[in-house]
Design a protein around this ligand. Sequence first.
Ligand SMILES: Cc1cc2nc3c(=O)[nH]c(=O)nc-3n(C[C@H](O)[C@H](O)[C@H](O)COP(=O)(O)OP(=O)(O)OC[C@H]3O[C@@H](n4cnc5c(N)ncnc54)[C@H](O)[C@@H]3O)c2cc1C
Length: 462
Amino acid sequence: MFDFDLAVLGGGPGGYVAAIRAAQLGQKVCIIEKDKLGGICLNWGCIPTKALLKNAEVYQTVKKADLYGINIKSISVNFKKNVDRSRSVAKQLSKGVEFLMKKNSITHFTGFGKLESENNINIIQKSINKRISAKNIIIATGAKPKAFQNIKIDGKYIIGSKEALNLVEIPKKIIIVGSGAIGCEFAFYFNSFGAEVEIIEMQKTILPMEDSEISAALKDSFISSGIKIHNNSKVQSIDKLKTKIKVNIVTENGNLQIDGNIALLAIGIEGNTNNIGLNGVGIKSENGSISINSHCQTNISNIYAIGDVAGPPWLAHKASAQGHMVADLIGGKSVHEIDYFNIPNCTYCQPQVGSLGLTESKAKDLGHNIKVGKFFFRASGKAMAVGNTFGFVKLIFDDQYGELIGAHIIGDGATEMIAELNMAKALESTWEDLAMTMHAHPTLSEAVMEAAMDAFGSAIHQ
Ligand SMILES: Cc1cc2nc3c(=O)[nH]c(=O)nc-3n(C[C@H](O)[C@H](O)[C@H](O)COP(=O)(O)OP(=O)(O)OC[C@H]3O[C@@H](n4cnc5c(N)ncnc54)[C@H](O)[C@@H]3O)c2cc1C
């Protein structure tokens, strides 16, 4: 007899969703977490960053209160309080997950778990070791930030996202290396609170995974906010001096040295695959990610891997969707396979970015005959009313049946608006479905309807 039907290693969004769903299906479940429940997402990722970004947005709005007819005589920032609010939201949510574990009768072990065999995990809790057995195991150990071989995070002058979330003083100048979602979010955040920000990105655009028009628009917006951007530039080394740093970069035009107070490394992540017993059990991994099939099963049939440790995209909603699917599978339910072509990507700086499916260039590379529709928020009544007209919706349809194959939004509310297109793509909707579905007026979402109309030549408002 096994101690548990299912043991989940890691209590992030992948792990805790899998645990709850399996418990709902009547499985006897345990979850092993070495730190706080909720994982990176709730404690050091998605949620605390969004709290900080909201603080930054509020500050930006207050600064332009005059536009809305409101006079504010003097504004000052309590930067520590801004960080405290973010930490308290994270704490509240982690407690919430703890409550859900109890509610669903899931046994919660605090400790570092290591696979000992196909059915056994050794849990190291302080100095005590505990061995549990389970019929099925889900590995959901997440990922850690990548570092350069010659540049180590020291937590003071060279920091990662965790330290950036906890900085209680606004740095005079911060150099952000890498301009994916995390780099761009922190660029907006620090710049909003008055730090001088310089971004170094080795690709030719910022947010390099996005449609090039979206990346270009974000770059324009950042530059007009005073953020400096070096594309096609590689960091070679960072010199630490007494009170500042010097970042040595190689650009298209030669070598450059940039001074700053802090460098934030946001150059990607790699799976937490070390010391968890993969080799001993014979679980295959590649480039720092556990290898899985379409059901997240590893090469050992009763062991599954989900979330960041199982490779890209490194997103919380992908981790929890995989957790849900695997729990259903183990619980004997028929499962919805994950549609990896319909995963939303969101960046929560201002302007926000939300996207899914194919970019225009990818669609062309894949041989699609496409129709592209766009609608700019400058022509949206709602955008004008709320006082933020930056950005646009760009939709890509396959010409043959008019099916939606890509959606890209930049502007206020983009990360909420993308959900409609997510559903539309899941239902294989066409431009007509989007164009003929009545959208409430006035809403920013009308831009989606107008962009769909534009693709086939029937936009009304532009
Ligand atoms: C700054 C930042 C911002 C982000 N913003 C977003 C966002 O807005 N939207 C989004 O979708 N994604 C975002 N992400 C990514 C998101 O956090 C991850 O994709 C998500 O947390 C992955 O979930 P997971 O369950 O795979 O792993 P994690 O959340 O990393 O959880 C893994 C857990 O396993 C535990 N663990 C590891 N090894 C062991 C072990 N051997 N024994 C016991 N426990 C172990 C860890 O302590 C951790 O709690 C962000 C990430 C960062 C760093």
